[in-house]
Design a protein around this ligand. Sequence first.
Ligand SMILES: [Zn+2]
Length: 176
Amino acid sequence: MKLEPTELYTKCKTVKEKDYKEVFAYGLAISQWIKTKKAYAVAANQLGSKYRLMVAHRRYKKLGLPTDIFINPEFSIGPEAERIIWGESCLSYPGVQFEILRWSHVELSYYDPREKEDKKYFLEGLPAIIAQHEITHLNGENEEELSFSVEVAALMEKKNIKIEEARQIIIKEEGK
Ligand SMILES: [Zn+2]
């Protein structure tokens, strides 16, 4: 399954400092757009842009995110991180639920255009998942999400088990 735009399958390069202002303006426009959507956040390449930009819904504080506009977001695996599987949905795949292998804790680094500085922020739980989901988009890695979803579904059917049990089996397999 391949969805438009093609930018969704292309790794978004780091935004250069000279372009921060332009990308911030674009981020503000996206934040208006996303207000009306049932989504936590969006990666700019989901909208056909090549900018390495993530914009969170205005509820970002309630979601546990430090701000709403993230330029050049990257994550590294947090010190207490464990492998977890999270059920996720996505604006680019309406009506589909993905079971995706994630890290429980991450350190998010980004440029904050509101405060005009590079920042780092530790995240766990839902905000950590949101960051990983959008950065996965920005890295152009989408098929991976889909195949994992298929894997969980196949295991549930094969063993006649519930989703939680299938998640645990896959986590154990992954750890070997
Ligand atoms: Zn998505």
